[in-house]
Design a protein around this ligand. Structure first.
Ligand code: AMP
Length: 215
């Protein structure tokens, strides 16, 4: 089963994707994570990606489409893919349709996490993660049980994304409104869109997502 999680930055796509990975053995295809890996390699391409990401700009469609096309050929994607952060433009959505058809991978649903945009800035600027295992935390909403110690692995170093600052977040929200929200009608026309209240508690969102997958 393959699904797309759609919604602005901070809507909870990554959080829900990680739950589905843990509960159902699906694979999270986060283009943001893939780009951060290339960035961390320090290559020239990675540096170029980093500059674009820090401005909140989108990476060119061709590169993103190639990245996902290649990743979908890896055997673990047979367990079901969760698209998190892709597609983000109309061209990416059209390319994904073609790719899924070519690879005989049906799309079960496009789950739109709806949110109140003003609260997103606080959600995003407060978030950080364990530098070792990547477990996610939030200054206000989800602190580790023991201050400064990761609940999952016990590590004591944490990191923040460089693009999780207020100015870049506002630019990313604008890019979402301009380039990504307009792809929703593309999936509505296919009868695939399901809306979930992304402002609800994480476990409630999890339940609503599970109900859609099990329908
Ligand atoms: P995310 O982790 O999904 O918030 O993505 C972080 C940044 O990576 C975005 O602000 C974009 O600069 C870039 N990015 C991630 N996914 C895509 C995509 N599908 N198309 C273009 N740029 C992307």
């Amino acid at each position: 089963m393959n699904i797309i999680l759609l919604g602005p930055p901070g809507a909870g796509k990554g959080t829900q994707a990680k739950i589905l990975v843990a509960e159902r053995g699906m694979v999270q295809l986060s283009t943001g994570d893939m780009l951060r890996e290339v960035r961390a390699s320090g290559s020239e391409l990675g540096q170029r990606f980093g500059e674009m990401m820090d401005r909140g700009d989108l990476i060119p469609d061709g590169m993103m489409i190639e990245m996902i096309d290649a990743r979908l050929d890896e055997p673990d994607c047979k367990n079901g893919a969760i698209f998190d952060g892709f597609p983000r433009t109309n061209a990416q959505a059209i390319a994904l349709d073609e790719m899924l058809q070519r690879k005989s991978l049906p799309l079960k649903a496009v789950i739109e996490l709806t949110v109140d945009e003003e609260s997103l800035v606080g959600r995003i600027t407060g978030r950080y993660s364990c530098a070792k295992c990547g477990a996610g935390y939030h200054e206000q909403f989800q602190r580790p049980a023991v201050p400064g110690v990761c609940d999952t692995c016990g590590h004591q170093d944490f990191k923040r994304r460089p693009d999780d600052n207020e100015a870049t977040v506002r630019d990313r929200l604008e890019v979402y409104r301009r380039d990504t929200a307009p792809i929703i009608p593309h999936y509505e026309a296919q009868g695939l869109v399901q809306r979930v209240d992304g402002m609800a508690e994480i476990t409630e969102v999890e339940g609503a997502v599970a109900a859609i997958l099990d329908a």
